[in-house]
Design a protein around this ligand. Structure first.
Ligand code: NZQ
Ligand code: ZN
Length: 389
């Protein structure tokens, strides 16, 4: 049952090969001071930086820079970004990069004028924003997280070994995002496929919850089929515009709040994956792929009907003459071969996890209750052990 809900998504998207031109339409809406936020330099190598600078200058903007946002941005970097943003009295934060840069930009936007420690307020106590929020715009260069059209912002605290995401409300969503598939062509293969699986995981972690006949499930099956089809093309030919653009669009819809409507949502692969990330600093999508098969093979018994539907509707398993369990298992087997075909990391050992970390990773995994089974500490440990194979 869909129940009661409201829906709005305030982010304006500009999509396609010519989408950067629309930055000229957005910039006049904001004041003069623009803080350019980006990562370790890929945008300087692939020319995106120069193109953006030219547009900023022709719009008469005063440009300030906050480079060096690392994958899995840290709380220390957040404090630094807040100091920079405050010192220059920023009117717009322009994030150019992947999920890390976009997430970080949102964190700076809500934290710069926060009078308390933002880590404590937003990430530990999960409180709402009560202070001035600096508007954020994104130019996306890496596909996967959906950060371009949502309120998510994930920050890592290495000292306390916690990686936590706060899902902020509409007021923190990017005001606009520019999605040019061509800008993603230079992503290294490892990152690219990690992003593909991040998308899949976002969809699955919303799909595997509830038993109702829900429109969201049908949308998700379509998104999954498009993703599987296009990712198999893109992995062999990363320059295939059609495949890369389909994947970019799928990623946005996988996590822009639409498909969660009417769903309780699971999110345990992300909770455990983020904890693995806090211990290893591994690439986000790979932390999810390394856990997923162990997680779903365990959880399948508690949601067999849905796993059967997944096998039939997404993986085209023929159910005739088979038990529900057999069909469900065949679907998961096909998912596993697809993942291996892409070249995803299938074991947390490969990400640097050692036996002595398992207890800490388990304690750092927030247990959510929307999936088919509320996991106990012991069950998480078992899933992690199975992910070490
Ligand atoms: O730093 P640079 O030099 O730019 O290189 C980056 C980085 O090393 C590189 N890259 C990005 N675009 C490129 C490129 N290299 C060449 N050409 C390009 N066009 O890719 C590397 C990884 O980038 P990153 O932004 O870290 O990847 P991703 O988009 O996967 O973001 C991961 C972060 O997002 C969080 C994750 O936890 C992680 O911290 N998430 C955010 C979510 C949200 N906001 O809703 C949800 C997700 O589940 C996720 O948790
Ligand atoms: Zn994710």
């Amino acid at each position: 049952m869909l129940g009661n809900f409201s829906y709005s998504n305030p982010t304006k998207l500009y999509f396609g090969e010519d989408s950067l031109e629309y930055l000229n339409e957005e910039l006049p809406k904001y004041g003069k001071n623009v803080l350019l936020v980006y990562g370790g330099g890929s945008i300087k190598k692939n020319g995106v930086y120069d193109k953006v600078m030219e547009i900023l200058k022709s719009n008469g903007k005063e440009i300030f820079e906050d480079p060096g946002v690392m994958p899995n941005p840290t709380v220390e970097k957040l404090y630094e970004g807040c100091r920079i943003a405050k010192a220059v009295n920023v009117d717009l934060i322009l994030a150019i990069g992947g999920g890390s840069v976009c997430d970080y930009a949102k964190a700076v936007s809500v934290s710069t004028y926060c009078e308390e420690d933002p880590w404590d307020k937003y990430y530990l106590r999960m409180e709402d924003v009560e202070n001035k929020i600096i508007p954020v715009g994104c130019i996306l260069t890496m596909v996967g997280t959906g950060s371009e059209m949502n309120g998510g912002s994930v920050i890592t605290n290495h000292e306390s070994k916690l990686k936590i995401g706060h899902v902020f409300g509409d007021n923190v969503f990017p005001k606009f995002s520019i999605l040019n598939p061509v800008f993603t062509f230079t992503i290294p293969r490892y990152q690219m496929i990690a992003g593909f699986f991040d998308i899949m995981s976002h969809i699955l972690e919303q799909y595997f919850s509830g038993e109702d006949d829900n429109t969201s499930d049908y949308i998700m099956e379509g998104l999954l089929k498009s993703l599987i089809h296009s990712s198999e093309i893109a992995v062999n030919n990363p320059g295939d515009y059609e495949a890369r653009s389909n994947i970019m669009w799928t990623a946005t819809w996988a996590l822009n709040t639409l498909v969660s409507k009417g769903k309780t949502t699971d999110w345990m692969v992300h909770m455990i994956g983020q904890s693995v990330g806090a211990y290893t600093d591994a690439t986000h999508g790979m932390t999810l792929s390394a856990i997923s098969m162990a997680y779903y093979r365990y959880i399948c018994q508690y949601g067999t009907a849905k796993f059967k539907r997944y096998a039939v509707n997404v993986w085209d398993v023929n159910p005739v003459g088979k038990s529900d369990e057999e069909v469900a298992k065949e679907g998961l087997d096909r998912m596993e071969s697809y993942m291996k075909g892409l070249g995803l990391v299938m074991s947390i050992k490969e990400l640097g996890v050692t036996e002595d970390m398992l207890a800490g990773i388990t304690s750092g995994s927030f247990v959510l209750e929307g999936g088919y089974k509320v996991l106990s500490y012991e069950e998480i440990i078992e899933i992690l052990k199975a992910s070490m194979q």
